[in-house]
Design a protein around this ligand. Sequence first.
Ligand code: APR
Length: 170
Amino acid sequence: MPDRLEVVTGDITRLAVDAIVNAANESLLGGGGVDGAIHRAAGPELLAYCRTLGGCPTGEAKITPGFRLPAEHVIHTVGPVWRGGSQGEPGQLASCYRACFRLAKAHGLRSLAFPAISCGVYGYPREAAARIAAGECRSALAGNPGLERVLLVAFDEAMAETLRTATRSA
Ligand code: APR
């Protein structure tokens, strides 16, 4: 039985999956990092659509069309800013993954790709974030047979190795 969870390295905006996940901020009005890359690739209609959503609290997620992206949808989630680990960050990060999987199930999505949420500007330690990502993906896959493929997308090889280590032990 092939593993439905896979680590890949590259630019998430290029993936032709049912949905790519955006590591957004609470305004949902774009930013730098992967948020900036997704808005650039999706085109201005994405921002226009996001303006109608009224933002998104940390730990939650909202779905939009993918517009000019090869992905059908974008699921925007807002990860926690790392503040040392005792401000509820682990629970909020886990909540991001769960919220994205809930939307994937509700929309009958079969393939989904995540960037390393909170591991850039938001400063979350990569190993800890990878363990949470892998654990949440494993339990979501167990609970959703309709989900055929989940990709954890690293933007550099070091992160890919960290994610592979985490998925092997999850
Ligand atoms: N494809 C895949 N991964 C990417 C891409 C890309 N095109 N660009 C960046 N990344 C990776 C980063 O290397 C990092 O590992 O995504 C991960 C998340 O980093 P950020 O994009 O900085 O997201 P985050 O740490 O969650 O911070 C979110 O940054 O861009 C702003 O508006 C955003 O305020 C929000 C904050």
